[in-house]
Write a protein that binds this ligand. Structure first.
Ligand code: TRP
Length: 336
């Protein structure tokens, strides 16, 4: 089926996906598929900008993330999954886009600024990393995407993409590229706390529950979750605010009436953390078990998974080739 609006999203394949990814983007992608032409990109080139010395990690995680996508319910019949590095047209477009961006403008990109600090590059910022917003603009525009579902941290990327689009269309006097619109999930629903109560679940922080966790790891992680640090005795009244166990129950619990009762009991006092955690464990396991089962089955048949990625990449590449033909014509590079 063809839809007018094209969606592009993607992830850097640097680790398996966790519940934070589910809440922040996967759930949204599952909801959008079938309603739009949705392309989901495994951003291995972008991952390499700060993992160039560890290509095997990126390669390994391409497969792991693909398993996560398929297991969680991304349907290759409704969404096209493709691998960034296998579309050389993206690299070509990046080079042309680089002429339309200044170093000063890149230095002001808040997302890159923050990341440069986090990654402690100091004075040795790899040029490839520094310009990745331009490569991201090429990811989006090679597919002529008009909708880009992203977290709020990615808004500067969309802004920069649209600046490039306006420059390109103006300078080459054409209408090759549409402007893209960010689709940011509702505030609050997009970010999941880590099991330690820190404001963001992340692999690096070691506070993540992965979609691929087995039942024992899941139990262990839930049982050691952050709750109300002042709720020491079962009889003490407990606090729900900032209480990670209840945050997760709100998102993954299937029985709101039961959860409301637990909340009231917890606040009154008399309900211990262990009981609530046991309940959360059961609820989370109910959610994760079918994902785990599908993931294990898919992992048994790697050739099938690679074939899905190849088919998706071939489809994406066809669009990319068409876009580049228009780009070359607009830039007077269509010599013969
Ligand atoms: N920068 C995104 C991230 O770190 C990944 C990404 C690469 C992306 N290219 C994209 C997201 C294009 C949306 C559109 O998660």
């Amino acid at each position: 089926m063809q839809f007018k609006q094209i969606i592009l999203t993607g992830d850097r394949p640097t680790g398996p996906l966790h519940l934070g990814h589910y809440v922040g983007s996967l759930a949204n992608r599952i909801a959008l598929q079938g309603k739009y032409s949705q392309y989901i990109m495994l951003a291995d080139v972008q991952a390499l900008t700060d993992n160039y010395d560890r290509p095997e990690v990126v390669r390994h995680n391409i497969f792991e993330v693909a398993l996560d996508y398929l297991a969680v319910g991304i349907d290759p019949k409704l969404s096209t999954i493709f691998i960034q590095s296998q579309i050389p047209e993206i690299a070509e477009l990046t080079v042309f886009f680089l002429n339309l961006v200044t170093i000063g403008r890149l230095q002001r990109n808040p997302t890159v600024k923050t990341e440069i600090k986090q990654k402690k590059f100091g004075e040795s910022i790899p040029a490839g990393f520094f310009v990745y917003p331009v490569s991201q603009a090429a990811d989006i525009m090679i597919m002529k995407s008009t909708i880009v579902p992203v977290g709020a941290d990615q808004l500067p990327m969309i802004e920069q993409t649209n600046e490039i689009v306006r420059s390109f269309n103006r300078i080459y006097n054409c209408t090759v590229f549409p402007e893209a619109q960010a689709l940011v999930p509702k505030a609050g629903s997009a970010r999941l706390s880590g099991t330690d109560g820190q404001h963001k679940m992340s692999k690096t922080l070691g506070n993540a529950i992965f979609l691929s966790d087995d039942i024992d790891s899941l139990r262990k992680k839930v049982m050691s979750m952050y709750t109300d640090p002042l709720h020491l005795k079962v009889t003490d009244p407990g606090n729900l605010e900032g209480n990670t166990v209840f945050e997760y129950l709100d998102l993954f619990g299937t029985n709101p009436a039961e959860i409301n009762e637990l909340k009231a009991h917890y606040q009154r006092g008399g309900l211990g953390d262990v009981k609530v955690k046991q309940y959360l464990f059961e609820q989370l396991n109910q959610f994760l078990e079918p994902i785990r089962t599908r993931r294990l089955a898919l992992a048994q048949d790697p050739a099938h998974v690679w074939q899905i990625l190849k088919t998706g990449t071939d489809q994406a590449r066809e669009i990319a080739a068409n876009t580049m033909q228009e780009v070359r014509a607009a830039m007077h590079l269509d010599y013969y």
